[in-house]
Design a protein. Sequence first.
Length: 378
Amino acid sequence: MADRIRVLLLFGGRSAEHDVSRVSAVAAAAALDPTRYEVIPVGITTEGQWLLAGEARAALAGGPGALPAAFTVEGAPVAEVPDPEQRALVALDPGDPGVPADGVGFDVVLPLLHGPYGEDGTVQGLFELAGVPYVGSGVVGSAVGMDKVMMKRAFVAEGLPIVAHLVFRDGRDPGAFVARVEAELGYPCFVKPANMGSSVGVSRAVDRATLHVALDTALAYDEWLIVEEAVVAREIEVGVLGDDEPETSVPGEIVPGAEFYSYADKYEDDAAQLLAPAPLSAEATAEVQALAVAAFAACRCEGMARVDCFYEERRPDGSPGRGFLVNEVNTIPGFTPISMFPRLWALSGVPYPELLDRLIALAQDRHERRARRAGRQR
């Protein structure tokens, strides 16, 4: 097995989606073919410490709750100090007997870090500086795909259909903003942190009092937030895979168990229904797949994304709806056993292990392609 590809599986992270990341990593580690890959797990605690080897493996094996917020047992916390030639992680304390002095070599990084400090371009920039291949979107696509404000602006610039929305920044006059929401969007509406996923910090407001509460909730996660009109629509998701000419999966549909597809709905209550493939006509399927590719390109995504859309067939007054509206792109979608992204690709003829094979190949191809550009050295 000397020729196996060494995959640095990066999981955990500092965001509120830390637990989801761990579950994604467990599933990915189990799906990577051991005859082709050597998995090197590296866990990041909620305090930002990087854990190597045995401790990270134990965290994977233990599942949710196994990766502590603080790391004080044997095995040094590590930081990314890579050498482009060695492609290694070097311990902060090289003298620690639990960590090899020359670090841990690897060939490609598989980052399954959901939310800020992982899906937002931060670690992607680190990998670019280090000159190592990594799965998923680059710095620009990751940053735009994470920030709902910039994402909406990208959609508008490309002429894509979206819901009406307003943007707020902490420190500005909340009273004046609430008045704008009431005048331009009305109730009900949804309030979301600009930089967060898995519906963390998202609330539905039905009047002025609940809107103020929702603003406070979202501002606990980000200083920027977005308020969107509520639509009566079906929630349709499409997986996108590839680079310059990406492919799309069959669409799936989320039927929330509550008023909207919340974090609890996704990961705790098991109340939502996931319809895959979505019950859509051939024409509607082709339309939403084309829209997913357009959204992927608008944000300059690469490798993979799950594109979430609304399908407004009718307005509340019975008049014709606006059809498909892009909601958001997710550049590191969930890879848990119940996550829509791997499920949709399995239904499209790309089972989980092959999906990982293709993502790793895309990462390596991009790395080689970019290394040939002027100003870049391998």
